[in-house]
Write a protein that binds this ligand. Structure first.
Ligand code: NAD
Ligand code: UFG
Length: 333
């Protein structure tokens, strides 16, 4: 199939591009590089052996999108493009709603104009808010506590309305838990601009001596060791989940929300210990107050992905940490 990846130069998009190319699909990246680097293109060429096709443009440019969908005979779209920093979304809500919600509406208009109806959307476990029970299944009530999460919820609802209005739509909203790790080559991975917000890039930079110490936000949660518990999933497993979702949409119509996680929860201290084992380095840390808006624990029920997509995560915590370590050693950020 010919697949368009909006936001395809980003962290999850670039890994998915590799997984799709190795399964024989033709991939077109569509990205404005607001949160990624053009150097990803050379890395993708080295990994896949082919020069990636990349359109530099904004998802809110509906005419450009429609032209690309038509000229590349696109069969399905994976919509990664968006802004994703929770704290920044509170400071700049208009930018977040514009990029995330307006960007998705622009994509839907371009797809409608070209008669294309297969769409995989990057949603997030953030749509579950503070979990009422664990593991979280897809029937768990949804809520949002910040503009980023609300943008994902709005988009999911808009997509569900589309599917209700027209039986031609085939839409999978993939609710990612915590993606970490990197491609085994070390050539692509997570390269946040400035100070990392997320745990794994921060831990990796402390292990590499680029940041002095980790702050562990909270050691008084009602979790086994008092630190926050999350469902960390290897980004290549996540990438393969998109391949499975595209396959599913070839025979399923309508709107589907599906968790992509491992089903296992790991604490901040588990992650620190695993990273120390993978890197052979010490990760010095201090306990700090809880981070505002954080929840104690969050991990997925993964039966739906297994039943519908015939997909499950295969890579363990050691592989997640080793690949992150390999990537940080090969990158300068
Ligand atoms: P990322 O920032 O690395 O990738 C997003 C890409 O979209 C970037 O390359 C960026 O340049 C591009 N982009 C942003 N605005 C654009 C626009 N207006 N037009 C064209 N391109 C634009 O982020 P990621 O971690 O790869 O996340 C991909 C998607 O998955 C996002 O929608 C994010 O909200 C979602 N998600 C990510 C996580 C996570 O922890 N990484 C968790 C849940 C959901
Ligand atoms: N943490 C620290 N120190 C740090 C960074 C994080 O102790 O420097 C802790 C957090 O308090 C939390 C855990 O590590 O307990 C994980 O934090 P992350 O910031 O890596 O991830 P979150 O679960 O908070 O959020 C991530 C994305 C969200 C997304 C959510 C669910 O940032 O956008 O996963 O997919 F919505």
């Amino acid at each position: 199939m010919n697949i368009l990846l909006t936001g395809g130069a980003g962290y999850i998009g670039s890994h998915t591009a590799v997984a799709l190319a190795s399964a024989g699909h033709a991939v077109v990246l569509y990205d404005n590089f607001v949160n990624s680097s053009r150097s990803v293109l050379a890395a993708l060429q080295t990994i896949t052996g082919a020069q990636p096709v990349c359109i530099e443009a904004d998802v809110r440019d509906t005419a450009r999108l429609a032209e690309v969908l038509g000229s590349h005979s696109i069969d399905a779209v994976i919509h990664f493009a968006g802004l994703k920093a929770v704290g920044e979304s509170i400071e700049k809500p208009v930018e977040y709603y514009s990029t995330n919600v307006q960007g998705t509406i622009s994509l839907l208009q371009a797809m409608q104009a070209t008669g294309l109806h297969s769409l995989v959307f990057s949603s997030s476990a953030t749509v579950y808010g503070d979990p009422q029970y664990l593991p979280i299944d897809e029937a768990h009530p949804t809520s949002a506590t910040n503009p980023y999460g609300r943008s994902k919820l709005h988009i999911e609802e808009i997509l569900a309305d589309c599917a209700r209005s027209d039986a031609s739509w085939r839409i999978a909203c993939l609710r990612y838990f915590n993606p970490v790790g990197a491609h085994a080559s070390g050539l692509i991975g997570e390269n946040p601009n400035g100070m990392p917000n997320n745990l794994m890039p921060f831990v990796a930079r402390v292990a590499a001596g680029r940041l002095p110490r980790l702050r562990v936000f909270g050691n008084d949660y009602s979790t086994p060791d008092g630190t926050g518990v999350r469902d960390y999933i290897h980004v290549m497993d996540l990438a393969e989940g998109h391949l499975a979702a595209l396959d599913f949409l070839t025979h399923a119509s309508g709107w589907h929300a599906i968790n992509l996680g491992t089903g296992q929860g790991h604490s901040v201290l588990d992650m620190v210990r695993s990273f120390e084992a993978a890197s052979g380095k010490t990760v010095p840390f201090d306990f700090a107050p809880r981070r505002p808006g954080d929840i104690a624990a969050c991990y997925a029920r993964v039966d739906k992905a297994s039943d519908l997509l015939h997909w499950q995560a295969r890579r363990d915590l050691a592989t997640m940490c080793q690949s992150t370590w390999h990537h940080i050693q090969s990158s300068s950020t």
